[in-house]
Design a protein around this ligand. Structure first.
Ligand SMILES: Cc1cc2nc3c(=O)[nH]c(=O)nc-3n(C[C@H](O)[C@H](O)[C@H](O)COP(=O)(O)OP(=O)(O)OC[C@H]3O[C@@H](n4cnc5c(N)ncnc54)[C@H](O)[C@@H]3O)c2cc1C
Ligand code: SF4
Ligand code: SF4
Ligand code: SF4
Length: 385
């Protein structure tokens, strides 16, 4: 029976919950706002399935990518987070009578995984949501779809892909998986509290959030809050929720010891931001957004070739994609020294926004250095033309 004594050993994928034959495991939220499985010993059959399928306890072999690209869909990049590749892959599957599963925001601005059957329903998946999504029964829904012969494209964090594959136990015909480069994810509990604090601060209900508002460009994105009566845009490092996520302060414990990313999720394709674009694909360094794409399997290549003709592309070495990007790097995200102290204070904080702001580390010199480096490389390109 699954018992979580070390929280770094549970990514919250819910594979155990979906697989349990006694249906005796539920996800419960802890004090930091992350969900963990809890099994009811009175109903447990002691079959051991939950431990046998857990992707953290049974990691799969690392897979080397078969190809890597800098890529952008010119017509879709502006409404996506990076180069707008995911929406194109998703359209391809829907147009061939398949369904797509991805992360969407519900009417309360919480993040959940759901299924899309139409092109219109795909809009909800656009853009990264920096909150761990609730999976509910999505793994079981995918299984039903595959059993009825429908193609499924499932997208999510590497651990969600690994969890799905562990749950399906090899029943994979018709399944395509796309994971995102991932340095970690904050929990729904902290987001819910922060959202409540924002609604109080602005005396209005929050209706939607764009975590990657691109009105200042791809690199210097804002977070945009749509309230019932106003729109508020905040630069990413000035918004404490986003700044602390980017500083790795608010991530799930398993993210500091991640065993799923960089070829270990079993995904067919991995998508992320190509932050190294100035050095690796300088002709695309125009701040319109560029994806770093890893094709991990032949199945991934087959799907990729169906959309590649619609993209601006450059082939890269896989190592180029990981430059300047913790989400692609095969290294552990470092846990900030003050993380435990930060979470201890969250519940007592009278003004959560102010409290979170007090933990944001300002790195002005880092910003100036990055700007100078990017300006120098575009100057070099202009001289070489
Ligand atoms: C928590 C998180 C951490 C990330 N960390 C990095 C990083 O360190 N480095 C990097 O290069 N890229 C990272 N990304 C990925 C990046 O922000 C883009 O989402 C990715 O490049 C896809 O962009 P796109 O333009 O192709 O399509 P988009 O339209 O932006 O695609 C969105 C896709 O992401 C999925 N998605 C969105 N939010 C979530 C979520 N909360 N949980 C699971 N799936 C989600 C959707 O299902 C959809 O498939 C992260 C994304 C998330 C959600
Ligand atoms: S041991 Fe079997 S019955 Fe018990 S919680 Fe795990 S999967 Fe469920
Ligand atoms: S990692 Fe997934 S399968 Fe393993 S215990 Fe956590 S929720 Fe269950
Ligand atoms: S860093 Fe690893 S454990 Fe954390 S959300 Fe990403 S894939 Fe999952």
């Amino acid at each position: 029976m699954i018992r979580i004594s070390d929280k770094t050993l549970c990514c919250g994928c819910t594979a155990c919950v979906s697989a349990c034959p006694a249906r005796c495991i539920v996800m419960r939220r802890d004090r930091e706002g992350f969900d963990y499985p809890v099994a009811n010993p009175d109903l447990c059959l002691d079959c051991g399935l939950c431990e046998r399928i857990c992707p953290v306890l049974n990691p799969v072999q690392n897979v080397e990518p078969v190809a890597a690209y800098a890529a952008r869909c010119e017509s879709r990049a502006m409404t996506a987070s990076s180069g707008g590749i995911f929406p194109l892959l998703a359209r391809e599957v829907i147009e061939n009578d398949g369904v797509v599963c991805g992360a969407a925001m519900d009417s309360l601005c919480m993040v959940e995984h759901r299924e899309a059957e139409t092109i219109d329903e795909l809009t909800a998946f656009s853009g990264a949501k920096y909150v761990q999504s609730e999976l509910y029964s999505i793994y079981e829904d995918v299984k039903c779809r595959l059993e009825e012969g429908t193609k499924v494209l499932f997208s999510g964090t590497p651990c969600q892909i690994a969890g799905l594959k562990a749950f399906l136990k090899g029943e994979l015909a018709g399944l395509y998986t796309v994971d995102i480069a991932c340095h970690g994810v904050p929990g729904p509990g902290l987001w819910e509290k922060y959202k409540a604090a924002l609604q109080k601060q602005y005396s209005s209900d929050l209706k939607s959030v764009d975590f990657r508002d691109r009105s200042n460009g791809w690199r210097h994105y804002n977070i945009r809050y749509e309230f019932a009566d106003k729109t508020v845009k905040v630069a990413r490092l000035k918004d404490p929720y986003l700044a602390l996520f980017l500083q790795d302060m608010t991530l799930r414990p398993s993210c500091y010891d991640c065993r799923m990313r960089m070829g270990r999720s079993g995904s067919d394709i991995t998508l992320g931001d190509l932050w190294s674009v100035a050095q690796t694909a300088p002709q695309m360094n125009d701040d319109k957004g560029v994806s770093g794409v890893l094709i991990n399997t032949e199945k991934g290549r087959e799907l990729w070739e169906k959309i590649a003709g619609e993209l601006t592309l450059q082939q890269l070495a896989p190592a180029d994609i990981a430059k300047d990007n913790g989400g692609f790097a095969d290294k552990v995200t470092r846990m900030p020294d003050k993380r435990e102290e930060f979470f201890k204070g969250v519940h007592a904080a009278k003004d959560l926004h102010k409290y979170m702001k007090s933990y944001v580390v300002r790195k002005p010199l880092l910003g100036v250095y990055r700007k100078l480096r990017s300006q120098l490389s575009s100057l070099k390109r202009r001289i070489l033309k």
